[in-house]
Design a binder for this molecule. Sequence first.
Ligand SMILES: Cc1cc2nc3c(=O)[nH]c(=O)nc-3n(C[C@H](O)[C@H](O)[C@H](O)COP(=O)(O)OP(=O)(O)OC[C@H]3O[C@@H](n4cnc5c(N)ncnc54)[C@H](O)[C@@H]3O)c2cc1C
Length: 665
Amino acid sequence: MALDSKVPKGPIKDKWTDYKNHINLVNPANKRHIDVIVVGTGLAGGSASATLAELGYNVKSFAYQDSPRRAHSIAAQGGINAAKNYQGDGDSTYRLFYDTVKGGDYRSREANVYRLAEVSANIIDQCVAQGVPFARDYGGLLDNRSFGGVLVSRTFYAKGQTGQQLLLGAYSAMNRQIARGKIEMFNRHEMLDVVVVDGKARGIIARNLVTGEIERHSAHSVVIASGGYGNVYFLSTNAMGSNVTAGWKVHKKGAYFANPCYTQIHPTCIPRSGDYQSKLTLMSESLRNDGRIWVPKNLDDVKAIREGSKKPTELTEDQRDYYLERRYPAFGNLVPRDVASRAAKERCDAGYGVNATGEAVYLDFAASFERYGKEQAKIQNISNPSEAKIKELGQEIVKAKYGNLFQMYEKIVDENPYETPMMIYPAVHYTMGGVWVDYNLMTTIPGCYAIGEANFSDHGANRLGASALMQGLADGYFVLPYTIGDYLSDDIRTGEISTESSEFEAAEKEVTERIEFFINNEGTHSVDYYHKKLGKIMWDKCGMSRNAEGLEIAIEEISALRKDFWQNVNVPGTSSEYNEQLAKAGRVADFLELGELFAKDALIREESAGGHFREEHQTEDGEAKRIKEFQFVSAWEYKGEPKDAVLHKEELAYENIEVKERSYK
Ligand SMILES: Cc1cc2nc3c(=O)[nH]c(=O)nc-3n(C[C@H](O)[C@H](O)[C@H](O)COP(=O)(O)OP(=O)(O)OC[C@H]3O[C@@H](n4cnc5c(N)ncnc54)[C@H](O)[C@@H]3O)c2cc1C
């Protein structure tokens, strides 16, 4: 099948406007006769549901949690980008576009990214109108901070709880429509298949997770907004329930899946503490605004710190290696996530990791305490403040900015990050890959759309911080509501879609048989047993560093594990009750298929991009020698060239992109 991105013709800056001026519309009276299913109520699905209902469509929204308010989006901490240029520091639509394309290692679809940058400013206005309490500066104006890979401050935030506040906004907008009867909300319902009738997506099969009932739901169009699949690695910063099932089911019914192997490995997570851990915790990237990342310069100090005979605070400045500041002076600690993660891994692999497992670097706020403290002392007219007073004043400022993150760290690690530097290490965080969509956000199944983290379109090989919330809300509030109308304008006379067709019957039968299998299979191993094993294969062989030999082994191991799963998995309980293990069995079954596709995708990409090193084994005199391939296609690491030359090359590369208008198909 030839993929057609359907990117409109014309200069990139005019595409979206021209497109909107010429697409088909559905008039308000006709919208009342059209049903849309939205699977997911995170920022993407919640905003889409609310907007489609406001426009007049009849929306059915599904979520597996007990409330839309609990979607994984609630976990987002650091902020949301928008090209408002409130700081007057040179930001613009073009710069946000440029940073996003460059940050993604030039692998995003540029037309989508330009549109994203264009509508970003509207998102902030929309959310402020909803009452989202973004942080404000002293004068009452919206405040901004900076995130990795950019040289401006364009990130809007609500303390360390931006996702929660944005989701409450989308949820309020949804609730208004639920009260009007324009959204029918199906909480605790899991979509287990999509139904395709005459080549078009016309409904879903869902399971009521409380009663176990299998239900048929029809619509003129189905929108997948089911989030990311980072949990294929078992350990990730994602919510425990995040999964690939909805995206995978549409893939199995014919929708293409793009870039499955591009995973974001976030540089600032709390390091793993042992084999029995079930979750990893993110420390927001916003902390890199004020925290400095370092490891000791000397291996003797590393040893002493690991043995507990030295504290990090005892090391003088010249005994520390602020390796990001050293390697990337222009961006310093705010390089993009993939660059920061790779650099942390490189230092730890070289033996400089500071915890017992050797997998941790420091994130240190001491310099910020001093800087803010001195400023506060001046503001408060305190003459000759003591060091302790300066530190106290500085800590108050840092607490106001990131207090909840510091508290979270202390609760988990049992160390006070105000007194000793935090320890951090890269962890799986976000999946850039997903269901392939065209410019309209439609998958290769007509009438089936994918939005938010579930699709692949905007972030290439690496997503810049604070851009997932922007993309989810752009898709839901400002893009899909237009593009879906163009498709639905053909459906104004179709009438209600029946759920009595053979397609619904076949899909329901398949879902029911799978559930019965899980309940009746008298296996020996728990679902988690398989999930953990899969996660280990994924991290060891498909994680940050990959090589052809390892990926080939991974493909075999995943295939064998899947076979074992279908013979020996054990699911307790029944199918007619709330059964978390049963729900998880279906999700892990899908991860076991996705994992293999993931490894195959990584295998055929002979490149290092985003958070992934491609290493190769080379045979030299009969001996296998592993060499690391550092020649990233990325603009960030042209081997051996001075920074200015790199930047110049970036400009040229960028110009080429605009002229050629490469679509990543
Ligand atoms: C700890 C953490 C912090 C983050 N911080 C930031 C940040 O500061 N800024 C930023 O831009 N990004 C951040 N991100 C990324 C961002 O939070 C996510 O990419 C984004 O929220 C995803 O939104 P979504 O609407 O696509 O999916 P989600 O919020 O994951 O929502 C998925 C929805 O789909 C539903 N669902 C899934 N499968 C099914 C199914 N089969 N049937 C029915 N319903 C289903 C779920 O119930 C849920 O409602 C962070 C991520 C993490 C893990």
